[in-house]
Ligand binder design. Structure first.
Ligand SMILES: Cc1cc2nc3c(=O)[nH]c(=O)nc-3n(C[C@H](O)[C@H](O)[C@H](O)COP(=O)(O)OP(=O)(O)OC[C@H]3O[C@@H](n4cnc5c(N)ncnc54)[C@H](O)[C@@H]3O)c2cc1C
Length: 506
């Protein structure tokens, strides 16, 4: 521990945190500290969307706005989407100023890939490594050189608030030590919540108990009923399980086949697979599996055999992982299927990315409202960049001089409680919060989780209690969302027509 008072504390060390810290540095804000477990999902980012001027597709921020609203099933917070799409170029320019380089075509123009949910290609990438890996490699070093203090192996276990204002956080280090650090400005950049569900593509440092941490601090949450599934995650061979086949492959000419060799997506999307929303791909894959036309491991096949090896090799992380596991994508079909992958909801924020608690901000996957019921592929990274940039500008504008006050450390640990309860509540989450949702099951889960959250035994381990509360909050939101929307289908209200809530805020 170096100091315990800062101008700004950022919780997390992924792209959203870097974008916030980078813009704060540019605006001359000093005394910025980053507290994080590790790097979250950022190292795995392959694609990031920006609308560049004079692109050959005639793309515009307005078209980008329309794509985001359509992919989000029109329940996105329009003001946040407008602000994000109108500033898209500034996000690109921020990353360029921090030395991030994007792949180029032979003519020198930026290479643009066509990802799911987008009308036309607008996704930037790196063809020699994952762009997320480059971002970490370059930005950590440069932020460090600019005086940002990094504290790794540090988990935020509580956000300290009183009377609707934030004062600091409680930190737990990897060695178990616990202490508070203080600041009038705290930015949650702690990523999503996919690890609340057993199997997902999430890295282990993004635990998801952060939903409860924010809520117990008094922040409101929005859209947290929407868990996202990545449609084409490798499900065999074993060594490559969990590796997402980029949806950009559909833009390169890949297609999906069922066990009877049918290109089933064409029935619902005659113009072809490229650009189709993730929700549509997910649903059509599940239908094939339900109708007995799935692959041996419960998915479908992606056919990449006709795509030239040169193109496949521009996705080296994916190509190499398959080859290292004995699968040659130019010779064999690959088994893929949907897997929990990201989160659309999170902390409810205004256009300054400030939550309902004064001085407590949220950026990237930690905040909700931008993506609505589902996000366009590659948009988590763009949103992480833009929300960080805009949030930093709001912080710099606001005079957050507040008299600090100290709090006692309040945290309990009992591993036996974690082992007793966490596996069963995770299983409950998988069973009731999946694609198909039923009111009766959700009601039953709500009862079980409420009882557990009130139990003194469960409170003996703060993390267990936070996991129980996080799942409980998702169940509550899912119950309120009565109609089928995004990836999720309410099977007890198949023809729900009544007015639906645009945003569910809890
Ligand atoms: C395999 C995979 C591939 C993906 N590919 C893409 C893609 O190509 N394009 C795209 O747009 N999106 C992609 N996504 C989603 C994208 O990676 C995330 O949405 C994005 O990284 C979010 O950025 P972030 O900074 O908000 O959070 P993250 O990058 O997840 O970072 C979260 C940070 O918070 C820290 N943290 C978490 N909890 C705590 C805590 N309690 N205390 C302290 N620190 C904490 C973590 O250690 C980490 O530093 C992918 C996700 C996965 C899992």
């Amino acid at each position: 521990m170096r100091g315990n008072k800062y101008n700004v504390i950022i919780i997390g060390s992924g792209l959203a945190a870097f974008a916030t810290a980078a813009r704060l540095c540019e605006l001359g804000i000093r005394g910025v500290a980053i507290y994080a477990k590790s790097y979250g999902a950022t190292p795995y980012v392959a694609a990031i969307n920006f609308v560049l001027p004079e692109n050959k597709y005639g793309d515009t921020p307005e078209r980008y706005f329309e794509d985001m609203m359509r992919a989000g099933y029109e329940i996105n917070n329009e003001r946040l989407v407008k602000e994000m799409t109108a500033n898209t170029l500034r996000g690109y320019e921020l990353l360029r100023r921090w030395d991030i380089e994007f792949a180029k075509e032979k003519d020198g123009s930026i290479k643009l890939r066509h990802l799911s949910g987008h009308t036309n290609p607008r996704s930037l990438c790196c063809t020699t490594e994952l762009i997320g890996a480059q971002i970490i490699r370059k930005m950590v070093k440069k932020l460090d050189n600019n005086g940002v203090e990094f504290h790794f192996g540090c988990e935020c276990v509580k956000v300290l608030t009183e009377n609707g204002r934030v004062y600091g956080i409680t930190v737990k280090e990897d060695d178990g030590s616990l202490y508070n650090v203080y600041s009038p400005t705290i930015v949650a950049a702690w990523g999503g919540a996919g690890n609340l569900f057993g199997k997902s593509t999430y890295p282990p440092d993004v635990k998801g108990n952060t939903l409860a941490i924010a809520w117990e601090a008094g922040a409101k949450l929005v859209d947290i009923e929407f868990l996202e599934y990545e449609p084409m995650v490798v499900i065999s061979p074993k060594g490559a399980v969990g590796e997402p086949c980029p949806t950009a492959m559909l833009g390169e000419g890949a297609y999906l086949l069922n066990s009877e060799g049918e290109r089933f997506m064409l029935k619902v999307r005659p113009q072809g697979e490229a650009g189709s929303p993730k929700t549509l791909i997910n649903r059509e894959i599940w239908k094939q599996v339900e109708n007995g036309k799935g692959s041996p491991h419960g998915g479908v096949f992606v056919d990449l055999r006709h795509i030239s090896p040169e193109v496949l090799k521009t996705y080296p992380w994916f190509y190499n992982r398959l080859m290292e596991n004995g699968v040659d994508p130019n010779r064999e079909l690959i088994e893929v299927g949907p897997m929990a992958h990201s989160f659309s909801g999170g902390i409810y924020v205004n256009e300054d990315y400030e939550s309902t608690i004064e001085g407590f901000y949220a950026v990237g996957e930690a905040c909700g409202g931008v993506h609505g019921a589902c996000r366009c592929a590659g948009n988590a990274a763009s949103q992480a960049t833009l929300s960080g940039l805009l949030c930093a500008e709001s912080i710099a504008k606001k005079n957050n001089e507040t008299a600090l006050r100290e709090f006692p450390v309040d945290y309990s640990e009992d591993r036996s409680i974690f082992e007793k309860y966490v596996p069963q509540v995770r299983e409950l989450a998988v069973n009731v919060l999946g694609i198909y949702r039923k009111g009766m099951d959700l009601e039953r889960a709500l009862g079980i989780l409420t009882e557990l959250s009130d139990k003194n035994e469960v409170k003996k381990d703060t993390e267990t209690h936070q996991i129980v509360v996080s799942i409980l909050l998702m169940v509550r939101a899912a119950l309120l969302r009565k109609e089928s929307r995004g990836t999720h289908m309410r099977i007890d209200y198949p023809d729900m027509k009544e007015e639906f809530a645009k945003e569910i805020i809890i």
